[in-house]
Design a protein around this ligand. Structure first.
Ligand code: ARG
Length: 569
């Protein structure tokens, strides 16, 4: 890939000039008016050697010029005071780079030789409770990070980790019993009403609260009657959750839940007891996780309550145990609200202390995300004041989009669903995941601005040009016809710079920024160059190849974001 190639050239020149002390860096130019790529490594070296950066730059330049091979790669290499190295690519080389992107797997992205195994824990919906906006980010961010990692050739195992054994189950079972309902009588509509009712009641009525907790505990201990209710609740709720994930094009290899981890708790407990890691404190079983270097107090991990019940930390601990045993992963990544950071910190520490992590494997990583806020800056709410169910959010987005202009109403249902997905996902993923953001449906449904519709519209424009101007081969003249032509080609090459960052930091926002920039440059290209009216056939061909590459890269990155283009817009 091009950036790697340029780095190798630079490294060779530094080395021939006698500078082996550093790994020189090559970056995309931040002065595109002066050059395409640049290096400021002379400064770093100058500091280290107590020399003048200008002298170093001169020596390196000399070596670069000596190498005849560089003449086909660079049109110009300059040094600029106080010691920058500026590179302008040769037109032929630049067009070749773009052409090569079209033919190479992953557009020529360098991926690691060693495939690693990643377990991704995202989604995390709670059975019997409706999926709400709070669960949206986990699904969308997790799915996108999964696709980034897969693009890098790693193996990903995704697990939704259902919250299927919590207090809400006891509340629903108790409600059903009070209503004289048998497990077979339960329906989705019933669950939707009984959970909020019982949850509210538990807040005001101590007896009810106690009873629900008792049922939950007995269920966990294997009570047969409750198990029948539980099975019915899980099956109804899971089908509904799956339907919503399907709508969002979010998919899991495993649908395991907290309940599954109960099978592994006894073995884990024995393992910990054998090593004397658990002790009794006020009747509860706890584990110390404090470390000498701690600046703040780190309370012990609560493994089992005094009444015998296990907790959220226990199930996560046991789940890691199961994942290591069954899948032997190199990494386990968690996508939840950033407010769960402390919980995961405790669990991760416990795993380390218990020796579950051997030679740094698996690496446990918490990817916390911020809150989705409404235009008022407070957590996104419906008019009634509660957190909207995802179904009604989808409906609302669709309505807003259709209301924007008359022609939007003509779109097919299938296209509308794709657009709704793009609006929501592009609004969400363009933010650094750890930050809160304001979900302004009106703004993100618009075709102008950094929005899903803008991106889709640009893509369809490119597709249309390619459809009405067919090309028979990829042969290019090597000519670059104007500034915006050059700019678009350089923008394409930035793919090689941003992908490693997205992978390294597990950040879909890096991809969104790039897609957006690629779209704005593509639009200026389109507006200043009318391809269909061109008389020069070679030029037409050259530009179609360029746009074919834009189309392919966008298409792949859409997949990573989880967007699909509608047929028309
Ligand atoms: N069900 C949890 C919640 O709604 C999220 C689960 C996240 N994953 C995990 N392994 N704890 O908060």
């Amino acid at each position: 890939m091009v950036l790697q190639q340029l780095k190798t050239i630079l490294k060779k020149a530094f080395s021939q000039a006698g500078f082996n002390q550093i790994e020189p860096k090559m970056i995309v130019s931040n002065r595109p008016d002066l050059c395409d790529y640049q290096s400021d490594s002379c400064f770093m070296l100058a500091k280290q050697l107590h020399q003048n950066p200008w002298d170093i730059a001169q020596k390196v330049l000399l070596e670069l010029q000596k190498d005849k091979g560089n003449e086909t790669i660079f049109a110009k290499i300059d040094i600029v005071r106080p010691g920058f190295l500026n590179f302008t690519l040769a037109d032929q080389f630049l067009t070749n780079c773009v052409e090569r992107m079209l033919t190479q797997p992953k557009f020529g992205l360098e991926v690691p030789n060693k495939q690693e195994t990643y377990v991704l824990d995202y989604g995390g919906p709670n059975v019997a409770k409706p999926l709400h906006v709070g669960h949206l980010r986990s699904a969308i961010v997790g799915e996108s990070v999964k696709r980034i990692i897969e693009w890098y050739g790693h193996k990903v195992i995704s697990d939704v980790h259902l919250g299927d054994y919590g207090l809400q189950i006891g509340q629903v079972i108790y409600g059903a019993i009070l209503d004289h309902k048998q497990p077979k009588d339960l329906t989705l509509q019933y669950l939707d009403t009984i959970y909020p009712k019982m949850s509210a009641l538990s807040k005001t009525d101590e007896v009810v609260k106690e009873k629900c907790a008792q049922i939950t505990k007995e269920l966990q201990e294997g009570n047969a009657e409750y198990k029948e209710y539980w099975k019915a609740i899980v099956s109804i709720s899971k089908a509904d959750i799956a339907r919503i994930y399907d709508y969002l094009d979010v998919h899991f290899d495993y649908w395991l839940g907290e309940s599954d981890s109960y099978q592994d708790i006894p073995a884990l407990e024995k393992y910990l007891n054998d090593r004397s890691l658990l002790y009794t404190s006020q009747g509860a079983r706890v584990m110390d996780i404090a470390e000498d270097t701690d600046k703040k107090e780190m309370p012990p991990l609560l493994f089992q309550k005094s009444n015998g019940a296990y907790l959220y930390a226990t199930t996560d601990f046991a789940t890691i145990w199961q994942r290591i045993r069954d899948w032997d992963p190199d990494h386990i990544l968690y996508f939840t609200d950033i407010r769960q950071a402390q919980h995961f910190e405790s669990v991760f520490r416990a795993c380390k202390k218990a020796g579950l992590i051997q030679n740094g494997r698996p690496q446990l990583e918490f990817c916390g995300f911020g809150t989705v806020n409404g235009v008022d800056g407070k957590p996104f709410k419906t008019r009634a004041g509660d957190s909207p169910k995802l179904d009604s959010l989808f409906r609302q987005v669709k309505e807003v989009f259709m209301g924007i202009k008359e022609s939007n109403k003509q779109a097919s249902q299938e296209d509308l669903d794709k657009i709704v997905n793009a609006i929501i996902k592009f609004a969400d993923l363009q933010n650094a995941k750890e930050r809160d953001y304001i979900f302004d449906i009106q703004k993100f449904s618009n075709i102008v601005g950094k929005t899903g519709p803008y991106i889709l519209y640009t893509y369809l424009r490119v597709k249309n040009i390619l459809m009405s101007n067919t090309i028979d081969n990829h042969n290019q003249s090597g000519i670059i016809y104007n500034e915006i032509d050059r700019k678009l080609r350089l923008e394409l090459l930035k793919y090689f710079t941003i992908m490693p960052v997205a992978m390294e930091t597990k950040s879909p926002s890096v991809i969104c920024d790039y897609v957006y920039n690629l779209c704005t440059v593509t639009n200026s290209f389109y507006e200043s160059n009318r391809i269909s009216t061109l008389e020069n056939l070679q030029q037409k061909q050259d530009w179609c190849v360029l746009l074919a590459c834009v189309e392919k890269v966008m298409h792949q990155l859409f997949h990573i974001i989880g967007m699909e283009a509608p047929s028309v817009m």
